[in-house]
Design a protein around this ligand. Sequence first.
Ligand SMILES: CC(C)(COP(=O)(O)OP(=O)(O)OC[C@H]1O[C@@H](n2cnc3c(N)ncnc32)[C@H](O)[C@@H]1OP(=O)(O)O)[C@@H](O)C(=O)NCCC(=O)NCCS
Length: 325
Amino acid sequence: MNIRGAEADDEAAVIALWDASGLLVNPLNDPVRDFRFCRDSGHGDILVGERDNRVIAAAMVGHDGHRGWMWYVATHPDERDQGLGRRMIHACEKWLDKAGVQKIELMVRDTNTRVIGFYQRMGYMVEPREVMSKRLDGKPVKAGGQKTDEPVVITYLEMTRRPPLPLVAPTPKKLALLQAVNPTVGFYRYLYHAVGRDWIWTDRKKLSDDALAEIIRHDRVDVFVLYVDGVPAGFFELDRREKPDIDLAYFGIMPDFIGMRLGPYLLAKAIDIAWSREPARLTVNTCTLDHPKALPMYQRFGFRPVGRNEMPSPWQRFDPVLEES
Ligand SMILES: CC(C)(COP(=O)(O)OP(=O)(O)OC[C@H]1O[C@@H](n2cnc3c(N)ncnc32)[C@H](O)[C@@H]1OP(=O)(O)O)[C@@H](O)C(=O)NCCC(=O)NCCS
């Protein structure tokens, strides 16, 4: 692997690599802007590792006049465990050393605990610090849902018998609904991120692979995936672990497929499948971060509100899941 500073032409390949490495979880981070801003800053660079004209590793490095920082460190998922990550870190360190920097810092999302081992292997240590931040662009969130730092209101809903379900005709015609029996953690994380990213779904991101696998492969947890023309477009998850009830734990359509009446279509399927398992109650909850149509849609399909709760807004405080490196 040859390591060099990125050219403008590398932009698309580098961003694709960051995406494939799961680094683009924060909708407020625009990777194109980040790529260009860093290269133009005069005190940072994007390093790319390439082999056979293919970008297989990348990292952003720079300094703020005091400390050196690394961001967006990634090796291609097919090229891990070959020492490429180590070489990228060394290249960043060399870059900073040349710039006269004496100490390097970096931030790791608390959901990305696996990578801490990697950095420790590279000689980095966890320092007890509180990270504080404030946005200067006034942008709390890109799309939909609650944007303020008011408390988030969670509404709990339930239905106690099978409701009459409307016939919904979505726009796309080639639909398939398949149960993901024993889904892999990677596939599930993809579904969860693709559906929940704009609605600040973070709970499952905070789980380790093992903890997540235990839930999604539980024989009383059912994950169903909706495909449009063979492409995943949404999913729902029925949690039957609290007998005799069933909880519609997650439900959603991916952003590219919103506006095609797939939401009501999938909800009708979810409710129908849930009731075929004969629960005492079917429950669901939604909060003010969710799509504004979620609550009225659940009510229209026969759920009725039975409780409310509040939690602090994620916009009120630094959340490493949102402010990801
Ligand atoms: C983190 C990442 C860059 C590591 O890349 P990699 O090419 O697999 O790492 P290397 O092969 O160079 O590993 C170097 C050493 O770290 C160890 N290591 C790698 N990942 C590790 C982990 N998760 N936990 C503990 N050790 C780890 C390797 O075993 C190796 O040890 P050795 O030199 O003693 O054999 C890669 O996993 C990645 O791109 N992850 C997704 C993006 C990401 O999370 N980036 C960090 C954002 S803060």
